[in-house]
Design a protein around this ligand. Structure first.
Ligand code: PMP
Length: 453
């Protein structure tokens, strides 16, 4: 089936071969690889992507959910360009007005956020949130949930997609590094918890409470498996009781489940929040926010002393290091603010959710008509197609799905002009039209017919 994409994508294949000579694997992120070769894109417009062979695709990847307004939304484009024109530069390297404007916006929208710091990616945001939590709570470990992704750095690149054999007991998962080159230290200092299993989570946490500074979690795993309401409330109560900080990684759910993210829709307020993706309107961005009391550790008051003090004094110093050449980049913030403004317009998000739910229902009906066990799993404007009848609550449940049929269908769909990476989720944008949805359902019908031939 994988030859399918080669028929229409000869230029992509040739470019990939060239890229491989100078870029390991020909990709700038491992996740961009598709067998037998990635499709090389050249243009985007609204809900569409166009590859180097002029094939058109309805894009459900949307750069991993970042482009909630679709490709090249005029208001977002114009905001970024106007910022550059007005400033006469791309970046100042000093404070500027938009930083406070965006920070105030996040404070007004996110229940947990009283103060904000910007980063350049979601990865940096979760890393900074963890550092702040470790500094504040002063214990040696963090805890994360199996199957949850927070960026590809050592501390959290643990048990994201562990091999079944290595994953261990579902109620007490092993910490399994997801990469070569991760020192044992991180395996020993990252506690892995089972998502949506409150009893097992409680048991582990009560045993480890003295060691764990913070729990980081995706309120909606992978952007599509929602935490049960009782689970997420239970985790909040437990962390408060045990003196453990709670970090919501809302890099995916932020602005997608609602303007105030998952914390608003669940009515559960974490201590710290990490944001990214939609926040930059398609440019690289991240942010952390949280209680003033915790965020204050980031204040550079006295940082001059840190730089000049001896090592023993440095160790005692109560300031937390955070820096970055591009933090709070003006062009990025202008684009992000324009995106948020679009989402704030009356019923924009509700309409996006309605559209997503319609597509989910139609796809479910279609697969049912072909007697293929299938369910869509998701919330808001993101869902995944799971070929299984069993209820899907966490990483272990995902293993029950038929991924080989799903993969075959995904390759057919690529050929039929529906773009998402094989096995990936579907993210929708405000740019997706009724016509796009109709074409998508028809393409699925054709893909099923082709696979069944
Ligand atoms: N956290 C979550 C929940 C994510 O989905 C991602 C990106 N997929 C990240 C963190 C990392 O963000 P970035 O790719 O911007 O570093």
């Amino acid at each position: 089936r994988q030859e399918y994409i080669s028929n229409n994508t000869a230029t992509s294949r040739d470019l990939h071969e060239k890229a491989q000579e100078v870029i390991p694997g020909g990709v700038t992120a491992n996740i961009k690889h598709i067998d037998p070769h990635p499709i090389v894109m050249e243009k985007g417009n609204g809900s569409k992507l166009y590859d180097v062979d002029q094939n058109e695709y309805i894009d459900y990847l949307l750069s991993y959910g970042a482009l909630i307004a679709g490709h090249g939304h005029p208001a977002v484009f114009e905001a970024a360009m106007e910022q550059m024109r007005e400033a006469g530069t791309t970046i100042f390297g000093t404070p500027h007005r938009l930083e406070t404007v965006m920070a105030e916006k996040l404070v007004s929208l996110y229940p947990s956020i009283e103060m904000v710091r910007f980063t350049n990616s979601g990865l940096e945001a979760t890393m900074l949130a963890i550092r702040a939590a470790m500094a504040y709570a002063g214990k040696s470990k963090i805890a994360k949930f199996e199957g949850h992704y927070h960026g590809g750095y050592d501390q959290v690149l643990m048990s994201v997609n562990p091999d079944h054999g290595a994953a261990g007991d579902p109620t007490s998962p092993n910490a399994v590094p997801e990469s070569l080159g991760i020192p044992d230290y991180y395996q020993e200092n990252t506690v892995v918890l089972p998502f949506n299993d409150l009893d097992a989570t409680e048991k582990i946490l009560r045993q480890r409470a003295d060691e764990v500074s913070a729990i980081i979690l995706e309120p909606v795993q992978g952007g599509f498996i929602p935490a049960d309401q009782t689970f997420i409330e239970g985790v909040r109560d437990l962390t408060e009781e045990l003196g453990i900080l709670l970090i919501f990684d809302e890099v995916k759910t932020g602005f997608r489940l609602g303007l105030g993210g998952a914390q608003e829709s669940y009515g559960v307020t974490p201590d710290l929040t990490a944001l990214g993706k939609v926040l930059g309107g398609g440019f690289p961005v991240g942010a952390i926010g949280g209680k003033k009391e915790i965020m204050d550790i980031l204040s550079p008051a006295g940082s001059r002393d840190i730089l000049t003090a001896g090592a023993d004094q440095r160790a005692k110093h109560d300031t937390l290091f955070h820096s970055g050449t591009y933090n709070g980049h003006p062009t990025v913030l202008a684009s992000g603010l324009a995106t948020i403004e679009l989402l704030e317009k009356d019923r924009t998000l509700e309409e996006l959710f309605d559209k997503t739910n319609r597509l989910r229902n139609e796809l479910e009906e279609l697969y049912q008509a072909y007697n293929i066990p299938m369910q869509t799993v998701g919330l808001g404007s993101i869902f995944n197609i799971i070929l299984a009848d069993d209820s899907i609550k966490n990483y272990r449940d995902l293993k029950k799905a038929d991924t080989s049929l799903r993969k075959e269908l995904d390759y057919e769909l690529l050929n039929l002009g529906i773009y998402t990476k094989p096995l990936n989720r579907y993210s929708l944008s405000t740019a997706h039209s009724e016509e796009d949805l109709k074409r998508t359902v028809e393409a699925h019908k054709q893909a099923i017919e082709n696979v069944m031939k």
